[in-house]
Design a protein around this ligand. Sequence first.
Ligand SMILES: [Zn+2]
Length: 239
Amino acid sequence: MSSTKVKALVIGAKDFKEKDKLVDLFTLEEGKMTVSMKGVRGEKAKLKFAKEVFCFGEYVLENTKGMNVVSQVEIIDNFFGLTNDIDKFYEASSMIDIVRKTVTTQANPQLFIELLKALKTLCYDNVRNLYVLDKFLVNIFKAMGYSFLTNKCSSCGADLSEIRYFNLAVGEIVCPSCKNASCISISPAAFSALKILDQADYDKLASVKLSPSSEVEAYHLLEKNFEWRTGGRFVSALI
Ligand SMILES: [Zn+2]
């Protein structure tokens, strides 16, 4: 029996057998892993908090019969404030869903750190919740290699003035002459809202203020872009 220790955040869980759970972990070391937690649905179970979504800690895994069984957990933060506040909960659930649709069994330290930063900001800072999700998406697209906040058309290189289009097929910004059927227009206000969100670090988001119409447009653009980039929708934070 070999044991390993991973830094991980719980991104999903389902009931298994009488009192067990099969828990999906997003680990720093190995990407997504499904592990078994024995007896954790019992009221008095020692590890019952470690099975909850958003729980972040060091999980010790024992490999028995090809299955990773959690033997010990040192909780670093369970982000209780996210389950306690319905608005924060929706934003955080969107992020978890985005991660579930993005992670593989390959380590992705950049995404891991990004998720922790975003959850921390959402949980502890006095921010407009939607901006944390926006920022998280902007950074994910950047990490995927899309630079869509440029001042030049990605297709012909022309300088962009006030009129810009977002080409969903390629995830980049184009000029009116390069616009095609897969383009949607993006208003100057929404473009500058995205730029502001891009440039503000998570710890500065509390001081960001955007106009209501530009923030809705910016969010919908990010949401659509995610769908085009990954082929799936995430559970929306706007209901
Ligand atoms: Zn162009």
